[in-house]
Design a protein. Sequence first.
Length: 219
Amino acid sequence: MELDVFTLFPEWFDWFVAQRHVRNVVEAGSAVRFFNYRDHTPLSAGQVDDTPFGGGAGMVLRVDVVDAALAAAYGEDRGERRIVALTASGRQLDDELATELAREPALTLLCGRYEGFDERIVEHLATDAVSIGRYVLSGGELAAMVVADTVLRKLPGALGHADSAMEESFSEALEGHPEYPHYTRPATYRGWPVPDVLLSGHHERIRAWRREQSRRRGR
């Protein structure tokens, strides 16, 4: 996959790209790149935003600025590239959408800032609008990390072991339910014991218990 992030703060992602699963997919051949809107703005003094028509507080990320940044990266023909505007009004991110995006060979995430995007960015420059939840962030950078993390960890080699993602929360293997509870040593702590079934060594009973716990969490 080629995953690109357009942002005013590419340096904020230094921590993200240092994470092991991100390094794994890059070493396996994927690319994670960052583009700063200011580097390609057609406006003077690095301007990227302006006051909203109709009045109101705050500033809005300009459509010509985002278009110029995309053109500098891809030209005018963006082909089949999936371009996602991260906005509160978008489709809610879930495991189904993350799996869908992980199948894309090329994915672009547009980070908003200030009062958000000029709506023409969402309508005409993006192919999708995605929200990570019904709350407000100061910008799209954290949302981009969330989307990128859910997508990249689904790529081959990301987690180091192919079975690691098989029975995760909301996976097909768990029928879309949250993952079952996990326990480790000590077997008893402050009078809180690990369920006996997990100490039984009976793998079929353990599998059945885990599936039932997963279903309960999903109700």
